[in-house]
Design a protein. Structure first.
Length: 163
């Protein structure tokens, strides 16, 4: 027997619409276009067509079904965010290993709903300078490199857009 999609193409070429009903039956219309040969073809390939239509009707499996919050593996959104954060931290002068370590820490931080933030995530940081240092209460605009990756609660913090 020909593959189901070939049979469906043949029926469509004959002007017929082939659908699956909600109770998983085959619906072929309009009846006026059905010839005896086409009726026989449909009867002989009914099960094959139903299986094929069922398969293409099924939604694609969720790529995150084995990821957080179902398991500890990172889901797609977490991976995208991690990559963006690593990119930001590297652009801000952090080496790739430290940038990845911090981004990994932030995945756990976010899962724990921990409200601490790092200067490296803050839009007020430019090089070693903090433009909101008075609001932050740090006594001056310079932020020590050793402090930029430390999680803390800063009143001046402002997220970098999208992160
Ligand atoms: S505002 Fe706070 S978190 Fe942001 S760079 Fe300044 S000290 Fe760091």
């Amino acid at each position: 027997m020909a593959p189901a999609h070939h049979i469906a193409d043949l029926l469509r070429a004959a002007g017929l619409a082939v659908e699956l009903t909600s109770d998983r039956a085959l619906k072929v219309a309009p009846a006026s276009k059905l010839t005896p040969d086409l009726r026989e073809l449909i009867r002989a390939s009914k099960a094959t067509l139903i299986d094929w239509l069922t398969a293409i009707d099924e939604p694609a499996p969720d790529p995150d079904r084995w990821c957080w919050p179902h398991t500890t593996a990172m889901n797609t959104a977490e991976i995208d965010l991690l990559v963006s954060r690593v990119d930001l931290f590297v652009r801000r002068g952090t080496n790739v290993i430290d940038a990845t370590t911090l981004a990994d820490t932030l995945v756990i931080r976010d899962r724990d709903a921990d409200n601490r933030r790092a200067c490296l995530e803050c839009s007020n940081l430019s090089g070693p300078r903090c433009s909101a240092w008075r609001r932050a209460g740090i006594g001056g605009p310079m932020v020590s490199e050793s402090l930029t990756a430390i999680l803390q609660r800063c009143p001046g913090f402002s997220s970098v857009e999208g992160l």
